[in-house]
Write a protein that binds this ligand. Structure first.
Ligand code: IMP
Length: 196
């Protein structure tokens, strides 16, 4: 059964293929499905944004769809950058967003620099049935960017003594917020299959 991922990000599509094709889905990106709309993320939560994207594409395609939304929540900044992670402070690139976070945390001590990444996934089955799940990974914010892998806030997100930009992509993909959300979705889909 065809499953459209509401994204054209190659890394995301690869990750979703690996976990969902064994369940019998034939995974295609939004552009491979011939859908060229860009849904505006007007929601105030990750869950709202992923539902908005999934429903917009389901309405056009009437085909199974998966949409996600993700970002970084920093406790000392009351959850910022949150849903604004991709456009925090109006900055136009990752390096400026990272610098902004570090400057806001400059007087915050080690034990108060806790943070987590969140990923929500909204899945709509061929028949219109919807499943929403969330995954998280907990860590803390470092004092300067470190490492060359990853993207976004990875160089300052410290997990198990290293930044997310210092560990191999496979390692990040096994513990990340996205991986945890996807595992929760696969569990729900598998439960449904076994129920019939
Ligand atoms: P989106 O869900 O792909 O729209 O991502 C939203 C934004 O959150 C990205 O542009 C990044 O700034 C941030 N973000 C989400 N996931 C990650 C991650 O795994 N590493 C680093 N930054 C991330």
């Amino acid at each position: 059964m065809k499953l459209i991922i509401a994204s054209n990000n190659k890394g995301k599509i690869r990750e979703y293929k690996q976990l969902l094709e064994p369940l019998g889905y034939s995974v295609v990106s939004q552009s491979e499905a011939g859908i060229n709309i860009e849904v505006e993320e007007t929601g105030t939560t990750f869950a709202e944004n992923s539902a908005l994207k999934a429903r917009a594409i389901y309405d056009i395609s009437k085909c199974a769809v998966l949409a996600d939304d993700s970002g970084l929540e920093i406790d000392a900044l009351n959850g910022e950058p949150g849903v604004y992670s991709a456009r925090y402070g109006g900055c136009t690139n990752d390096a400026d967003r990272v610098s902004l976070v570090l400057s806001k945390l400059k007087d915050v001590p080690e034990e108060k620099r806790t943070a987590h990444f969140v990923c929500t996934i909204h899945f709509i089955a061929h028949n219109g049935e919807e499943i929403a799940v969330e995954g998280r990974v907990y860590g803390s914010i470092g004092y300067s960017p470190i490492g060359d892998n990853g993207f976004g806030y990875d160089p300052i997100f410290m997990y198990d003594g290293k930044s997310f930009a210092q560990i191999a992509p496979e390692e990040k993909n096994s513990v990340s917020h996205r991986a945890n959300a996807l595992k929760a979705l696969v569990q729900k889909l598998t439960q449904k299959e076994s129920i019939g």
